[in-house]
Design a protein around this ligand. Sequence first.
Ligand code: NAI
Length: 213
Amino acid sequence: MSEKDISQAVISRLPRYFRYLGDLKEKGVERISSQELSDIMKVTASQIRQDFNNFGGFGQQGYGYNVTYLYDEISKILGIDKQHSLVIIGAGHLGQAIAGYTNFTRRGFVFKGAFDCNPNLYGTKIRDVEVRPVDEMEEFVKKNGIEIAVLTIPKEQAVPMAHKLVGCGIKAIWNFAHVDLDVPNNIQVENVHLSDSLMKLSYNINRYENPNK
Ligand code: NAI
């Protein structure tokens, strides 16, 4: 099976495997069986084996997985064995919080620029990056070969901004604005809606408190 055929459901589970393997690696664990991984991750061992089989298995039957090898392979599959440059469009509350989070850099997502249309923000710094006027965005993205744009602007502005970004050669958009972006298929979009997760939480509170309703 080529990686193209692998379901998004499997891909969406890989970051969690990656995190657990990172923790195991830090603890000095060298080898782990699918059963042991299943116990700590609360996923069935067969699910783990099925997931890993999509990528050729990663281990020998009955011998367990080599933690460092598995960690490195998953990192390659996720493409985080190399760096990705990103810019933030909208340096308000959310944009600043994301840009200020240093762990993304540790994962290889390097924050290169921040753009806003509020002149009061021009020249202010998020970490060591200066907020620039959004009019400078196109040139900056082209010149620096930026791969990912993080959209943290109001939804009304997000669609035209996405078109502009596509025109600058951006490869992917991490979209926090609550609107669907209409971009060509070669542009990768990942929508993040924290409120979806909160609504799911609310549903589960209800379900737990009123199991028979
Ligand atoms: P904010 O008002 O603090 O920041 C928005 C920033 O965008 C402001 O600095 C504003 O000057 C700038 N801006 C507006 N139009 C622009 C444009 N055309 N070009 C460049 N900059 C522009 O708002 P906040 O709280 O940071 O939220 C930002 C966006 O993220 C909103 O669309 C909000 O609905 C969304 N949001 C999404 C969440 C999610 O889970 N997906 C969670 C929180 C907010």
